[in-house]
Design a protein around this ligand. Structure first.
Ligand SMILES: *Cc1c(COP(=O)(O)O)cnc(C)c1O
Length: 451
């Protein structure tokens, strides 16, 4: 099957690829469900844009009131190959009809092995690798730390300013931001330390090597290499604000880790699987992590996560030391194999590059016309703008909220992130047709003119 990469015919149960508003947002049926949610669901589980979904695919999310919104979020970088991607839908249906669960630790099955083989082949580096599968990004990050501690016999772990690694106890400790992720949920896991990130917009534009030296100084003085099991870092930070470290930062850190027997863990949960215009973001600078953690985009929305890495590290924990009831569930594995197939057959690495070029061009033009856009950054189909008081780096979270609310009201699913809540991020599914991406950027441009 040949598919042109400019208009991929992937994703979606034949939904019209259009922005269509037939009620106010959210509409009456969604508001009715929101009221039921308030009576049934913990109020601690928030919903950013409470339109209740009926269908999604290509570049749209259709709600139960009949509105069709342009998807610039992919369910937080999950439906990279498109919602309801036909390959994924077929693989899931076939696997569900065969068997849904046996527990890989009890009576195993081939889908798990195939996913592990694919990840060992696709992730950076041609060394001998092994993989273990889990259910969520946070669970996989926790397991990467377990593996690094077991391999090194050391306990300390370093994470970075603005980092996000999940909401479980150990990953809350690794995550930088207090509200809403950590506040009131302590005590947190011990032996977790924080180092300064390379954040060119906010650290005076320090080059990557200088920023790495600053981080390594903190690590050596406050932790000590001899005590350090792992450095855990997102190659481009996700929730922290799509912070792209200066060139040279990641290679210098990785080299220091290798020289000091520290396990370099790349958390590619948000950046992985073609999102950034490479299969993995580490590849941009040729960085080969010891362990790479993947989740989100791995299985088209089915819960699956993985730790892949050097065989001697992955094999360090004792037999039975890693696992879980659902880890590597057969339906999720079938979905992942379909995702890998779609990325290759539908040319999605290139497609992410094209989307990135469009986003970068339009957002840079927007910045030139509007001094409140302090920074445009990201890579591939993972781009963001940081909003500030003109001419300063003073965050403008109120403007960000206003723009996001206006975008939602006009049928764009956009997400906010960043330590100060002043970053608008764009994570469209790679199945979005060009005309929808252009329309979304036109709408955004008008919103900035009116805000
Ligand atoms: C989302 C995310 C996680 C946590 O993944 P969950 O599946 O929500 O547990 C970890 N790391 C990064 C970089 C993420 O973006």
């Amino acid at each position: 099957m040949t598919v042109t990469v400019t208009q991929p015919a992937i994703g979606g149960p034949q939904l019209p690829q259009e922005r269509r508003l037939v009620t106010e947002i959210p509409g009456p049926l969604s508001r009715n469900l929101a009221a039921r949610k308030d009576g049934a669901v913990s109020s601690a589980v928030g919903t950013m844009l409470p339109v209740y979904v009926a269908a999604a695919g290509g570049g749209v999310v259709v709600d139960i009131d009949g509105n069709s919104l342009i998807d610039l979020g992919s369910g937080i970088a999950v439906t990279t190959v498109g919602n309801s991607n036909p390959r994924v839908a077929e693989a899931v249906a076939a696997q569900a009809a065969a068997f849904t669960h046996t527990c890989f630790m009890i009576t195993p099955y081939d889908g798990y092995i195939e996913v592990a083989e694919a990840l060992n082949r696709l992730t950076p580096g041609d060394h001998d690798k092994r993989t273990a599968l889990f259910n969520s990004g946070a669970e996989a990050v926790e397991n990467a730390v377990k593996i690094a501690r077991s391999h090194t016999g050391r306990q300390a772990v370093v994470a970075f300013d603005h980092g996000y690694h999940g909401r479980t106890n150990l990953t809350m400790a690794l995550t930088a931001k207090s509200m809403p992720y950590k506040s009131g949920f302590g005590p947190f896991a011990p032996e977790v330390y924080r180092a300064p990130m390379s954040y060119p917009f906010r650290d005076g534009g320090a080059d990557g090597v200088t920023a790495a030296r600053r981080a390594i100084e903190v690590i050596e003085k406050q932790v000590g290499a001899a005590n350090l099991a792992a450095v855990v870092i997102e190659p481009i930070q996700g929730e922290g604000g799509f912070v792209v470290p200066a060139p040279g930062f990641l290679p210098a850190l990785a080299a220091w880790c290798t020289a000091n027997g520290v396990v370099f863990v790349a958390d590619e949960v948000q950046t992985g699987f073609a999102r950034t215009g490479d299969l993995f973001a580490c590849e941009d600078e040729g960085v080969v992590p010891d362990l790479i953690v993947t989740a989100k985009g791995i299985a088209g929305g089915l819960p699956l996560a993985a730790v892949t890495g050097r065989a001697e590290m992955m094999n360090a924990p004792h037999a039975g030391g890693l696992g879980g009831t659902y880890g590597g569930n057969p339906i999720a594995c079938a979905a992942a194999l379909a995702v890998f197939e779609s990325i290759e057959a539908d040319g999605l690495v290139d497609r992410a590059g094209q989307i990135g070029a469009t986003l970068a061009e339009r957002l840079t033009a927007l910045q030139a016309a509007d001094a409140r856009i302090g920074d445009v950054r990201g890579r591939g189909a993972m781009m963001a703008i940081e909003l500030v008081e003109p001419g300063t780096t003073e965050p403008d979270a109120a403007l960000t909220q206003r723009v996001a609310a206006a975008a939602h009201a006009q049928g764009l699913v956009v997400l906010v992130c960043g330590t100060w809540g002043n970053v608008l991020r764009f994570l469209p599914p790679l199945s979005i047709p060009d005309h929808l991406l252009t329309e979304a950027l036109d709408v955004l441009e008008r919103i900035f003119k009116d805000s």
